[in-house]
Design a protein around this ligand. Structure first.
Ligand code: ATP
Ligand code: MG
Length: 283
């Protein structure tokens, strides 16, 4: 091996996780490079959340290897936890507390030193545009504000790796843009790495440096959004599509992977094409 795995924010090798007979993650190889925004995409049930929960140490690593900045998620859980901030798919803010109280709670849990706490909580709320609403109950917030509050909760410990599981689900387009603008601003200011899942292909295309398309527990296509779009365009032309055909979108790439009748043996992206069936509705 010539690569220095300690330089990667996340390195999963052969990660597998099963719930009973359900192989939620099935031999996942995934590398997230330091400083990038990596989008983990894939249909419902692909195994994204399960994989992420293994990376965050919320689930054990029964098989394979997960490293976060070189620290083994199985053997050195506390070291991993100290490096990351996590916004789960489910609601994690308490509606009965104010925004500031919610973020303060996370600051305490993540051992932000007591004397720095008030300032750091204020900074985190400011970074997501919630300074004015900080002392209102979170129960009065709009969906977009709640998601930004959860972002502040995850940011208050100044993580090197921010993991967001569907941070914009259910938000209107303006609120979605707002969430991404705050993520982008913090990342530019701190150099933090971001691992994000989303079902919105336009967001992945616009904001992710690289994306991995997960299906049935494994990455089936990997690259920059442009590489994946161009690759599909080339395959379509090789199959006889006219040169004037519209360029494929990331959603087309998603449909090609997720709509395929992929069997467990299917190895790489080219195999997907040959086993492709009519795109299924995945939402
Ligand atoms: N706690 C659980 N108990 C049993 N099965 C589970 C559990 N959590 C997830 N699964 C199953 O594991 C598989 C992967 O689920 P996971 O939530 O990781 O997918 P996902 O890619 O995050 O999907 P979504 O896009 O819907 O969030 C699915 O078949 C799911 O039903
Ligand atoms: Mg999920």
């Amino acid at each position: 091996m010539t690569t220095d795995s300690t330089a990667d924010a996340v390195a999963c090798t052969g990660l597998a996780y099963a719930f009973g007979d359900t192989k939620a993650v099935d031999g996942l190889d995934l590398t997230v490079r330091e400083g990038e925004v990596f989008g983990l995409l894939g249909p419902n049930g692909a195994g994204k959340t399960t994989a992420i929960r293994c990376v965050t140490t919320l689930l054990p690593v029964p098989s394979g290897m997960v490293r976060v900045f070189g620290h083994d998620a199985a053997g050195d859980r506390m070291a991993v936890r100290r490096l990351l901030g996590y916004v789960p798919q489910q609601l994690s803010a308490d509606s009965g507390l104010t925004g500031r109280e919610n973020v303060s709670l996370f600051a305490r849990v993540f051992d932000v030193p007591r004397r720095e706490r008030a300032a750091r909580v204020g900074q985190a709320l400011g970074a997501v545009g919630l300074t004015d609403a900080a002392d209102r109950l979170a129960g009065t917030y709009s969906g977009g504000m709640v998601r930004r509050l959860e972002l502040a909760q995850a940011l208050v410990s100044a993580p090197r790796l921010l993991i967001l599981d569907e941070p914009t689900i259910g938000l209107d387009p303006i609120a979605r843009t707002g969430v991404w603008e705050h993520i982008t601003a913090v990342r530019e200011a701190t150099g933090m790495t971001v691992l994000v899942t989303t079902h919105y292909m336009d967001e992945a295309d616009q904001y992710c440096d690289r994306v991995g398309l997960m299906h049935r527990g494994r990455i089936r296509a990997l690259g920059t959004p442009a590489e994946l779009r161009q690759g599909l365009g080339e395959r379509r032309r090789a199959e006889g599509a006219p040169a004037t055909a519209p360029l494929p979108t990331l959603e087309d790439v998603f449909r090609e992977v997720a709509g395929s009748g992929l069997d467990e043996q299917a190895g790489d992206f080219r195999d997907v094409r040959s086993t492709r069936r009519t795109a299924q509705r995945v939402g």
